[in-house]
Design a binder for this molecule. Structure first.
Ligand code: CAA
Length: 241
C-alpha cells in the first residue's frame, strides 16, 4: 500500500502509537512534532518513521510542513489531527494565555491542517481524516474549560468536513479517548487519578495508547469508506455519549 499518512504530535504518547500502528498496517507515515527534539530523534531511530518539526497552530508553518511531507512521502491521503496540550486550571483562575494556547494548539490546528490537505484529497477523490478529541470534550471537566471547548469544537468541525466531502471519497471522523497512560497524565496529581478519576471508569484502569491507535487504523482503511461524521468513544465506559 502506498498511501501516505501524516500524524500531528506523532512522535510521543497516543500519536506515536498511531504512527507506529499505521506503519505496521503498511502506510508510509510522517510524524509531525513541535517541541521535544530528543523524543522525536529516539522515535525516528526506533521506527524509521519520517519526522518533521513545525507548530500546527501556525497556518503558514502547516503549509510548509505539509509540502515537506509530500516531497518525502507523496500526497497526504490520511491525516490524523492528534497534537494537543493542556493548561489545566479552574475557569476563575484561568488567564487569556492559558485559554488561547490551548484553543490555538488543539482547535486552530485542526482547521490549519485539514484546510491544507483537503483540496488535494478532493482532487484525488480519496481522503481519510481522523481528529483526536477527548471524553472531556464530550462531558466537560473541572479544570479544563479551554481543553473541553477545543475538543468539543473539533467535533462540530469534523461533522461539517464529513458532510462537505462525502461525495469526494473523503471520510472525516473523531475519536474521543478517555484517560490514557501518557505523559499528559503526569500533570494530574496521583491521588486525584486514584480517588477521583479511576472510580469514574467502569473498566477500573487507564487506557493504553495502542487501544486508540487500532481504532485509527480501522477508520482510515479503504473498507471504512461509509463511516463518516462519527465520534468513537474509547474510554473504558467512563462516559457513554
Ligand atoms: N475529576 C473529579 N474531580 C476533580 C478532578 C477530576 N478530574 N479534578 C479536580 N477535581 C476536584 C478535586 O478533587 C477537588 O474537589 P474537593 O474540593 O472535593 O477535594 C476540586 O475538584 C478542586 O480541585 P483541586 O483542589 O485539585 O484544585 P486546584 O485549583 O489545586 O487544581 C486542577 C485544579 C488544576 C483542575 C487540578 O485539580 C487538576 O489538574 N485536575 C485534573 C483535571 C483533569 O482531569 N485533566 C485531564 C488531563 S488528561 C487529558 O486532558 C487527556 C484527556 O483527554 C482525558
Amino acid at each position: 500500500m502506498n498511501r501516505a499518512a501524516l500524524v500531528t504530535g506523532g512522535t510521543r504518547g497516543i500519536g506515536a502509537a498511531i504512527s507506529s500502528a499505521l506503519q505496521s498496517a503498511g502506510y508510509k507515515v510522517a510524524a509531525n512534532y513541535n517541541n521535544n527534539d530528543e523524543a522525536a530523534e529516539i522515535f525516528r531511530n526506533e521506527t524509521g518513521i519520517f519526522t518533521c518539526k513545525w507548530d500546527v497552530s501556525d497556518f503558514n508553518a502547516c503549509t510548509l510542513g505539509v509540502k515537506k511531507v509530500q516531497d518525502e512521502c507523496g500526497p497526504v491521503d490520511i491525516l490524523v489531527n492528534n497534537a494537543g496540550i493542556t493548561r489545566d486550571t479552574v475557569l476563575h483562575k484561568m488567564d487569556v494565555r492559558q485559554w488561547s494556547e490551548v484553543i490555538k494548539t488543539n482547535l486552530d490546528s485542526v482547521f490549519n491542517m485539514t484546510r491544507t490537505v483537503i483540496e488535494g484529497m478532493r482532487e484525488r477523490q480519496f481522503g481519510r481524516i481522523v481528529s483526536i478529541s477527548s471524553v472531556n470534550g464530550q462531558k466537560g471537566q473541572i479544570g479544563q474549560a479551554n481543553y473541553a471547548a477545543a475538543k468539543a469544537g473539533l467535533i462540530g468541525f469534523i461533522k461539517t468536513v464529513a458532510q462537505e466531502n462525502a461525495r469526494k471519497g473523503i471520510t472525516a471522523n473523531v475519536i474521543a479517548p478517555g484517560y490514557i497512560l501518557t505523559d499528559m497524565l503526569q500533570t494530574i496529581p496521583r491521588d486525584l487519578i486514584e480517588k477521583k478519576i479511576l472510580p469514574q471508569i467502569p473498566a477500573d484502569r487507564l487506557g493504553k495508547t495502542e487501544e486508540i491507535a487500532r481504532c485509527v487504523v480501522f477508520l482510515v482503511s479503504e473498507e471504512s469508506g461509509w463511516i463518516t461524521g462519527s465520534t468513537m468513544s474509547i474510554n473504558g465506559g467512563q462516559s457513554m455519549i
